[in-house]
Design a protein around this ligand. Structure first.
Ligand SMILES: [Zn+2]
Length: 275
């Protein structure tokens, strides 16, 4: 059952031409931005702010930058543009039904109250779909997947998803696929830019079993910007300047990605400049 779901839901639409055409008849690249959580689901809670607020602000800033600088090439879709609850499957549906060419899920990290490093742990992590090789990666995926606990009918909707038993052969196929190569390339670029543009420490490009990455049918990454439990990091995450820098970092990484993959998808030259 799992294999069938994965084969139809994830593996088949590997790359495919973009199906989004604007009013002038020109094909556009569709970028789906997914600010995590929202509404009754606050995500991680800090001393003065929370994850759902920060990630909506950063995603909205990324959208503004893309619409300002890349409007000729890119159409932006948001899974939410206000403080509302969207199910994990709802997020994947928005990306899949809009034929998005890329899915970027934006989150903020935290560790348990009992963790001795709670006040000092800092840095960004960028995930692609895969087997969590460490307990730390598994903990992040479990917390993000826990958004499904807010959904009344979640047992039925997510019955087939067991991130602990994603079969090796499916993952092997995934890692061999172009979709996975593209996801890793974008993850690398975002990870690099969050350091160079937004001075976040680098904690690595990683893999884990996130529902939204599993259920989307295009290259997809999940970004953990920094740790809200660390007071210094929270100050940065909560600041206008911090959000501007993190948005610029994601924009810059996306620009590079678009320069590489845009021409073949759009059938024309792409000149996306970084900021
Ligand atoms: Zn989150």
């Amino acid at each position: 059952m799992l294999a069938a779901v994965v084969l139809t839901g994830v593996l088949l639409p590997l790359s495919g031409a973009s199906k989004n055409v604007d009013s002038s008849g020109e094909e556009k690249f569709t970028l789906c931005l997914d600010p995590g959580h929202g509404g009754k689901d606050f995500g991680c809670i800090g001393a003065k702010t929370n994850e759902k607020t920060i990630v909506l602000r950063v995603a909205s800033k990324v959208r503004k930058l893309v619409e300002k600088h890349l409007a000729d090439y890119v159409n932006v879709v948001m899974t939410r543009d206000k403080d509302c609850f969207v199910t994990l499957q709802g997020r994947a549906d928005i990306a899949n039904k809009s034929h998005s060419d890329l899915f970027v899920s934006i989150h903020v990290n935290s560790v348990a109250k009992s963790n001795k490093r709670r006040k000092t742990i800092a840095g960004c992590q960028v995930y692609t779909l895969g087997l969590h090789k460490t307990a730390e990666n598994l903990a992040v995926a479990k917390r993000e997947n826990a958004a499904m606990d807010f959904e009344p009918d979640n047992k039925e909707s997510y019955a087939d998803f067991d991130p602990d038993s994603l079969e090796g052969d499916i993952l092997f196929e995934l890692t061999q696929s172009r979709r996975m190569d593209q996801s890793i390339e974008l993850a690398d670029a975002i990870h690099h830019n969050l350091s160079s543009t937004a001075s976040r420490q680098q904690m690595g490009v990683r893999q884990a079993g996130f529902w939204v990455l599993w259920a989307t049918s295009m290259p997809a990454v999940l970004v953990e910007l920094d740790f809200i439990c660390n007071p210094d990091s929270e100050n940065f995450l909560a600041s206008e300047k911090g959000c501007d820098q993190m948005a610029k970092a994601i924009y810059n990484a996306f620009s590079s990605y678009l320069n590489t993959y845009g021409p073949s998808l759009l059938g024309r030259e792409v000149k996306a400049r970084t900021l």
